[in-house]
Design a protein around this ligand. Structure first.
Ligand code: AMP
Ligand code: MG
Length: 349
């Protein structure tokens, strides 16, 4: 199939493009589009055939459910069994925005979309291109991240093209995304609301609205023998093609360790990469040194992480090292993705 690649300006959206993309989705086709978190690979959430196509295009395991995207609060009730009080409170506080909530699903949502589960994940994105596309598609777009399964999530339109060219009808390039990490997922079907995936909306922010919120222990990596409650979190994810190791400890020792390791790999003819911060970037000696921004600006680190991992792939990095980041606030999401990208390989120095 020929993939049509179209650039769109979020502040001056061409209505004709949205109309055409909406028609593609209504007819069961696939469209990759920007959201404020990462790019999504969209299909009609209420059409089982569309969901099957999404799994095929990504090479995604069938038991890894999709997130249903809406653009109006009144569209939530038809796809859910009931909406608990917490759902309204969180929607009031964080929608439209980077929060996904899990509810019991209604019969309107096919099992193909929910990976066989009786629950449905729902998000109301704030990106205007996403909102207009959802409306044009009939109200419900199922969309996982628009990467090939296992690769880092796309934060630029061309990342979607790299992974999905020839596999989807259309890619809408709306420029670089604002957040750079996937949405926070909170399960509202459990006794106590539980975070299944950390994201831009932090545990502290959720607790301010709900009081007490739990976090799935597997996210913190405390007991890796337990399966995570968000099925997708159990898969190898965000991983670059080479081998990534996180180096944790005193800043000077981290620099010394990484430079030593890079020297050794370079001696064996291997290409090396380092993920660091503005404060330390000039200190590293490696083939590819990439700063994710200032250490004090965790939003910048979140925004840059997946793009850097993809750059390392493009540049053929074989051995990569990353500085570690504080796990408080947004750092919990950053470290969750970084740990997965590194296959949990951490060296403490
Ligand atoms: P992605 O859109 O690629 O970020 O993937 C969606 C994520 O949401 C995956 O990690 C899924 O496992 C998770 N998810 C979607 N629906 C559900 C659900 N009903 N219950 C638990 N996790 C879900
Ligand atoms: Mg994903």
């Amino acid at each position: 199939m020929k993939t049509e690649y179209i650039e769109l300006d979020e502040n001056r959206i061409d209505p004709d493009v949205i109309r055409r993309a909406g028609a593609v989705l209504r007819e069961g086709g696939l469209v990759a589009f920007p959201t404020e978190t990462v790019y999504g690979l969209g299909g009609d959430a209420l059409n089982p055939e569309s969901s099957r196509k999404i799994y095929a295009a990504k090479g995604r395991p069938q038991d890894n459910p999709l997130i249903v995207h809406i653009c109006r609060m009144e569209d939530l009730a038809p796809i859910t069994e009931e909406i608990p009080e917490e759902g309204y409170a969180l929607a009031e506080a964080f929608w439209p925005g980077p929060l996904t909530m899990i509810f019991n699903k209604s019969i309107l949502v096919p099992k193909e979309t929910t990976g066989g589960l009786s629950t449905v994940a729902v998000r109301f994105p704030s990106n205007r291109i996403a909102a207009e596309l959802i409306r044009a598609a009939g109200g419900y777009i199922a969309a996982p991240s628009a990467n090939a399964s296992g690769r880092p999530s796309p934060t630029l339109g061309r990342h979607c093209l790299e992974d999905l060219d020839g596999k989807v009808e259309m890619i809408l390039d709306g420029g670089p995304v604002g957040i750079g990490l996937e949405s926070t997922i909170i399960d509202l079907t459990s006794e106590v609301p539980t975070i299944l995936r950390p994201g831009y909306v932090t545990q502290e922010m959720l607790e301010q609205v709900l009081g007490s919120v739990e976090i799935d222990r597997t996210i913190l990596g405390e007991d890796s023998s337990l399966p995570p409650k968000a099925p997708g979190m159990k898969y190898r994810h965000y991983a670059p093609r080479g081998e990534l190791v996180i180096v944790e400890g005193d800043a000077e020792r981290v620099i010394e360790y990484i430079n030593g390791a890079c020297r050794e790999y370079a001696g064996r003819g291997c290409r090396t990469g380092v993920i660091c911060t503005d404060e330390t970037a000039s200190r590293y000696r490696a083939d590819l040194v990439r700063s994710a921004g200032s250490r004090s600006d965790e939003e910048s680190v979140a925004r840059c992480l997946f793009r850097i991992l993809r750059e390392f792939d493009e540049e053929g990095a074989q051995f990569m090292f990353s500085e570690s980041f504080d796990r408080a606030g947004l750092g919990q999401a950053v470290m969750n993705r970084l740990m997965k990208a590194a296959g949990h390989r951490v060296v403490k120095v």
